[in-house]
Design a protein around this ligand. Structure first.
Ligand SMILES: [Zn+2]
Length: 294
């Protein structure tokens, strides 16, 4: 099992063998490519673009896909995924990234905000012309965008997802079966303030490794760690390492945050004994490797 980072800093950190850099954010910020890293692109969540042009936003009978719309539980402001001009902006950016010496491209938030989206006049017309049912049309709209994005991408191609193993197609248009044919791996973010309660992480790791027909990488939050939170996080990584994962990624603020995790594990003899006692050999190996550096 590999160990890696998801980071807002365009630099690699010693002790980690996968590096994902957020190069385009949900607030609309856009950054130059991070070389030799996996560049992670937020596709259809763009608060800035929607502020500048409110007609971009996705529409439902319960209103617009905006965080301030309290009729809905939506974590970001969503652009309608079938808007051709906005799609082109994202695809042009992916093409620009891919001219640099990057490791590859990961896409996130490339889907519909929820099941009832989008009913803007363009989407309703495209759906009607397709002759497909609502679920199939939405899934095909998303998969066809991913195909275009992949054709412009260099290197390893991966997608994140909203981590719903059962209803992703109905809710978001995320069709795991057809997307598996496009990607090198799936990146499953399981964000939390801490992992002191972790059965759900184990459950979702189990479900996703079973149903996805490509390798799975899990992302866990590691920002603002305290000793208690770090201990729970590292034990959670140990438990999920029993599943058939390609890797685990830590979401960190910056490189120092990442090194702090390594130092905590290296100086924590009790944790290392716990790993040995219960035969978490993969995690033990990771900590042994960190001890050579930190
Ligand atoms: Zn629409």
């Amino acid at each position: 099992m590999k160990i890696g980072l998801v980071t807002y800093t365009p630099e690699k950190v010693e002790g980690f063998d996968m590096h994902v850099y957020y190069s385009k954010w949900a607030d609309g910020s856009i950054f130059p490519a991070a070389k030799e890293m996996q560049n992670d692109v937020t596709c259809f969540c763009d608060a800035k673009a929607i502020r500048e042009n409110p007609s971009l936003v996705a529409v439902s009978k319960n209103g617009l896909a905006l965080r301030k719309n309290r009729k809905l539980n939506i974590p970001f402001d969503f652009v309608c995924p079938t808007n051709p001009a906005y799609q082109k902006r994202v695809l042009d950016y992916i093409e620009t990234l891919s001219k640099e010496e990057i490791e590859g491209v990961t896409l996130n938030l490339y889907h519909f905000p929820e099941e009832e989206f989008c009913v803007c006049p363009r989407c309703v017309e495209l759906w009607r012309l397709s002759g497909l049912n609502w679920t199939e049309w939405r899934a095909q709209a998303i998969t066809s965008f991913l195909k275009k994005a992949k054709s412009l991408s260099k290197g390893t191609f991966a997608v994140e997802m909203y981590p719903d193993p059962v209803l992703a197609k109905e809710r978001f248009g995320i069709d795991f079966e057809s997307i598996a044919e496009l990607v090198d791996y799936f990146h499953v973010p399981l964000s939390a303030r801490d992992y002191t309660t972790m059965y759900w992480v184990d459950l979702l790791a189990r479900d996703f490794t079973k149903i996805l027909k490509k390798p799975v990488v899990l992302e866990l939050s590691a920002e603002m760690p305290t000793d208690d939170k770090l201990d729970a996080l590292l034990k959670t990584v140990a438990y999920v390492s029993r599943h058939n994962l390609k890797g685990v990624l830590f979401l960190v603020h910056d490189s120092e945050n990442a090194r702090q995790i390594c130092r905590f594990a290296v100086r924590n003899v009790k944790f290392q004994e716990w790993l040995k006692k219960y035969e978490f050999t993969e995690m033990s190996q990771i900590v042994d490797d960190w001890a050579k550096v930190y």
